[in-house]
Write a protein that binds this ligand. Structure first.
Ligand code: AMP
Ligand code: ZN
Length: 115
């Protein structure tokens, strides 16, 4: 189910433009508007799941489908040397968009520090 007030639901619908890099029945991937690495892609489920708090038996197949898509996206983006996948959940993690998303970061040697 989509959420009419959600930025990423609007991006999935095409109501807000995005730089699409990949799409299938379950997920949509696009370039982050404020990249924090040479390659910075967001992968989102095509269902409004608020954050990783809300993943359960009824919707976890979206996560599986996203993690099947990630290697294909990374390969297309030339990330053979590696990449990082991150999801921010809640205020302490500075989640700003309340629609589950996985950041794919790469294209350079990333910091050893993750926090
Ligand atoms: P988070 O802080 O984990 O919630 O990540 C939200 C991400 O969405 C940030 O990295 C933003 O730069 C990115 N973002 C916000 N608005 C847009 C947009 N319209 N198109 C692409 N990325 C966006
Ligand atoms: Zn949403």
């Amino acid at each position: 189910m989509e959420n009419n007030d959600c930025l990423f639901c609007k991006i999935i619908k095409g109501d807000i433009p995005s730089q699409k890099v990949y799409e299938n029945e379950f997920c949509y991937a696009f370039r982050d508007i404020n990249p924090q690495a040479p390659v910075h892609i967001l992968v989102v489920p095509k269902d409004h799941i608020e954050s990783s708090w809300k993943i359960d038996f009824s919707n976890s197949y979206y996560v599986a489908k996203i993690f099947e898509a990630i290697p294909a996206i990374a390969k297309r983006e030339g990330l053979e040397n590696g990449y990082r996948v991150v999801t921010n959940c809640g205020d302490d993690a500075c989640q700003t968009v309340k629609h589950l998303h996985f950041h794919i970061l790469g294209g350079e040697k990333l910091s050893e520090k993750m926090s």
